[in-house]
Design a protein around this ligand. Structure first.
Ligand code: ARG
Length: 253
C-alpha cells in the first residue's frame, strides 16, 4: 500500500531521498501474462492516489478468498476491490472485478515488528474457475541461493510500464543477510517468519505489497516491506507462508 509504504520507509529509516533508496519500481522485471500467474490479483482502493485504483497485490487462495498484506488494510471494507486477469490495469476490457465483503486480519499481526503481515479478503463476487497456487508448507524451502519470482503491478519507475503486471527473478539471500542489517532487525525481521530476497537490480516495490513470491510453483511468501527498492544494502522483506500455512488454510476452508 502506497501511503503506508512511505510511513514504513520512514520508520525504517531516516529518509530515503537522495540515496538509491528512493528508486520506486518492481525493479528489473519483465512483462508477465495473466495466464502464467492467474492467481495474482490486484487489491484496489477507491482512495488510492493512482487512477487505476491500484493499492496492493494479492493472491487468490480460493474462488472467493484473496490473501494480501495486513498493512494494506487501513481503510473501510467498502473502499476495497479486487481485479483478476488484467495485466494492464488501464484496460477495462479484460479480467474480472469484485467488491470485498469481509476482511480477516491475522490475529498475530504486529504493526511494530511487521510480523504476520497477512490479511484475507472475501470476494463479494467469487472469481470462479481460476487456477490456484499451492501454499509452501516447508519452513526449509526458504534458503539462500534459490531463485524466486515475484509478481506485481507496483511501481516500476523507468524499468517498465506503470500499473502493469511485471515479474522479476530475485535471489533468496537467506535470513542471515537481513539479520546482518541492524535496521532490519530493529524493524522486526525474523528468520522464522520472513524471507530476505532481492538485490541492487531486482526487487519488489511500493504497490506490490501482499503479492506473490513464488518458488517451484508454490507460494513461498508475500511482499511485505523494505527500505527503498532495489537497494543492494536493503533487501526486500517478505512474509513467509510456511509458518502460517495451516492458519491461512483454515480461513479458506
Ligand atoms: N510496503 C510496500 C507496499 O506496500 C512494499 C515494499 C516492498 N519493498 C521492497 N523493497 N521489496 O507496497
Amino acid at each position: 500500500m502506497l501511503k503506508r509504504a512511505v510511513v514504513l520507509a520512514g520508520v525504517l529509516l531516516l529518509v530515503t531521498a537522495g540515496s538509491s533508496a528512493d528508486k520506486q519500481f518492481i525493479v528489473g522485471g519483465t512483462l508477465a501474462s495473466v495466464s502464467e500467474a492467474p492467481w495474482a490479483v490486484v487489491v484496489t482502493n477507491t482512495q488510492s492516489s493512482r487512477p487505476t485504483g491500484l493499492w496492493c497485490g494479492g493472491v487468490l487462495l480460493a474462488p472467493d478468498k484473496v490473501l494480501t498484506a495486513a498493512h494494506c488494510m487501513t481503510k473501510p471494507v467498502s473502499t476495497y476491490g479486487a481485479i483478476q486477469g488484467r495485466a494492464n490495469l488501464s484496460d477495462n476490457s479484460t479480467g474480472r472485478v469484485s467488491g470485498i465483503s469481509k476482511i480477516w486480519i491475522h490475529p498475530g499481526y504486529n504493526t511494530k515488528n511487521n510480523r504476520n503481515d497477512f490479511a484475507i479478503l472475501t470476494l463479494a463476487k467469487p472469481f470462479a474457475g481460476v487456477p490456484l497456487i499451492a501454499l509452501e508448507t516447508n519452513p526449509n524451502a526458504d534458503r539462500r541461493g534459490v531463485t524466486l519470482t515475484v509478481y506485481g503491478w507496483g511501481d516500476t519507475a523507468d524499468t517498465g510500464p506503470d500499473d502493469t503486471l511485471q515479474k522479476a527473478a530475485v535471489p533468496d539471500l537467506g535470513d542471515d543477510a537481513c539479520l546482518a542489517n541492524k535496521e532490519y532487525v530493529a524493524n522486526g525481521y525474523a528468520a522464522a517468519s520472513n524471507v530476505c530476497a532481492g538485490n541492487g537490480s531486482t526487487d519488489a516495490c511500493q504497490g506490490d505489497s501482499g503479492g506473490p513470491l513464488v518458488l517451484n510453483g508454490r507460494l513461498l511468501a508475500t511482499v511485505s516491506w523494505g527500505k527503498g527498492c532495489a537497494d543492494a544494502d536493503f533487501p526486500g522483506v517478505y512474509a513467509e507462508i510456511a509458518p502460517v500455512a495451516e492458519t491461512l488454510a483454515q480461513q479458506v476452508r
